[in-house]
Design a protein around this ligand. Structure first.
Ligand SMILES: [Zn+2]
Length: 95
């Protein structure tokens, strides 16, 4: 994991309201809309997004992020709906 300038504590693991978000692939701090960076810089991951969603969901929940938060972050990164991600994770028996 690349370093974040703000220190994360146990009380405040990840803030969903942050305007910038770390790219899960290269670690760059991104501004909204996050998915534009992925589409441009990581087209492979962007287009094969279904496998990436699963990996990211596992990573985020392992970091202590709640299910809802993880889904929201993934939806913003890939320009997908939470519903779409949820149904995939259900299909893969992750949820
Ligand atoms: Zn990136």
């Amino acid at each position: 994991m690349p370093q974040n300038k703000e220190k994360r504590t146990k009380d405040k693991p990840l803030d969903i309201t942050e305007e910038t978000r770390e790219c899960p692939i290269c670690g760059k701090m991104l501004k909204r809309p996050y998915w534009k960076h992925l589409q441009k810089k990581h087209p492979k991951e962007y287009h094969e997004n279904r496998t990436t969603w699963i990996q990211l969901y596992k990573d985020y929940t392992a970091m202590g992020m709640s299910m809802d938060m993880s889904l929201t972050v993934i939806s913003e990164l890939f320009n997908a709906s939470v519903k779409e991600i949820k149904s995939l994770l259900k299909k893969e028996k992750i949820l």
